[in-house]
Design a protein. Structure first.
Length: 330
């Protein structure tokens, strides 16, 4: 008998954390699920630990494959999934005991294609953004997409969301890139008629020093702009009424990357190289950036300086007080 939910867990060299993750899943108050653990070529004991869990709980299946990255692991999981709904949990995070019961109930009662809970962030063992008041929000396709780009209720992360499996028809994760959520989530939302959000902290993202967003800036993080180069034409074609939200989100992403490059990349040649790469996309979409009245003036100014002169931006950043002009969306 097929399960209601397929939970996909990509795993790569996280032997210290995968046990807590799997424990949080198998303790769910909603029990009709399968866990597809994709061991993506781990060289530590992660694969062994996953096999041990599979031996104790028949709901857990382990796929062992050569290393291909998170997108490759998730694609393998989706292809194997037999549930009516699909969820994702990163193997170094964990979930609240009621998360899937809550998300599934929302999908059933509200006939939602996607249900979403608040994503908690844990730093040094402490939850830093606990929700104070629980509320719900029902959205149609356009409103849900609007909120995705506004980034107040939720953002592009897949892991605090539950999807009807048919949302994945003809959609896969981009292999060979990072920022795979950014490149995929909006496509899934485009297939949803109804989306439901609840302000309940179900998913706990654990911030670690070696994570993609915690480590110093490196070239692969520019993959985000490959994603945006797909997003902006898609949104212009299918959701022109959301141009303000989409272009504002893109502008703030540009400013984030500019800030991190200026302040985390020590090698001067690399710093200038990365900024020139960002400038390629700023120049391509500058009309949308410049014409958006919702973007903070200093953010427009930063992208404008980059548009005209990379070295001037680097020089300006060397002045101590310039950092006060940056707005970083954490």
């Amino acid at each position: 008998m097929k399960p209601t939910i397929s939970i996909i867990v990509p795993v790569y060299n996280i032997e210290l954390y995968i046990g807590k993750c799997l424990d949080s899943i198998i303790k769910q108050t909603f029990t009709d699920f399968e866990v597809i653990v994709v061991n993506d070529g781990s060289t530590d004991e992660s694969g062994v630990i996953c096999d041990e869990y599979a031996g104790r709980d028949k709901r857990i299946k382990v796929l062992h494959k050569g290393y291909g990255g998170v997108s490759s692991a998730r694609n393998a999981g989706v292809e194997t999934a037999s549930g009516d709904y699909i969820g994702f949990v990163d193997g170094d995070d964990y979930i609240d005991v009621n998360m899937y019961k809550c998300l599934y109930t929302l999908c059933q009662k509200q006939n939602s294609d996607i249900s979403i809970c608040h994503l908690g962030r844990e730093i040094k063992g402490k939850l830093v953004n606990r929700t104070n008041e629980e509320f719900t929000e029902e959205m149609d396709n356009v409103e849900a997409m609007k909120q995705l780009f506004k980034g107040v209720l939720y953002r592009f992360s897949l892991c605090n969301k539950l999807f009807k499996k048919n949302c994945f028809d003809q959609i896969c994760f981009p292999e060979g890139r990072i920022h795979e959520d950014l490149s995929t989530t909006y496509k899934l939302f485009s297939k949803a008629n109804t989306v439901f959000f609840i302000n309940y902290t179900g998913y706990i993202y654990v911030k670690r020093n070696n994570s993609i967003l915690s480590s110093d800036y490196y070239e692969k993080r520019l993959d985000a702009f490959v994603g945006w180069d797909e997003i902006l034409p898609f949104m212009k074609k299918h959701y022109p009424q959301l141009s303000e939200e989409t272009n504002a989100c893109f502008t703030y992403v540009c400013v984030d990357h500019i800030y991190y490059i200026l302040n985390q990349v020590e090698d001067k040649k690399e710093r200038e190289k990365y900024l020139r790469s960002v400038r390629t996309y700023v120049r391509k979409y500058y009309k949308q950036i410049r014409g958006n009245g919702t973007v903070a003036v200093n953010c427009t100014l930063i992208t404008t300086i980059l548009y005209y002169n990379v070295k001037l931006l680097i020089l300006a950043n060397s002045v101590k007080n310039i950092r006060k002009g940056f707005i970083v969306r954490s």
